[in-house]
Design a protein. Structure first.
Length: 68
């Protein structure tokens, strides 16, 4: 029952910390860059998007480690 009242009314809390937002932003930029480079290399768009999506998870792990 103690956790039922965790939400405080009247306060706007952020959904993410600044660090998490920067990590996700950098990972998204890396994914978009990989997608564009893959498309420019001559791959079809579905393949390019798959490459970009596959790069995002390792980028999150990488940026999470180096940003402290």
């Amino acid at each position: 029952m103690a956790q039922a009242n965790r939400r405080r009314t009247g306060r706007d809390g952020s959904l993410l910390t600044q660090r998490a937002a920067v990590v996700f932003l950098l990972a998204a930029l890396v994914g978009i860059g990989a997608t564009v480079l893959s498309a420019l290399a001559g791959n079809a768009w579905p393949v390019a998007v798959s490459v970009g999506g596959g790069v995002v998870a390792p980028a999150v792990l990488f940026f999470n480690q180096i940003i402290d």
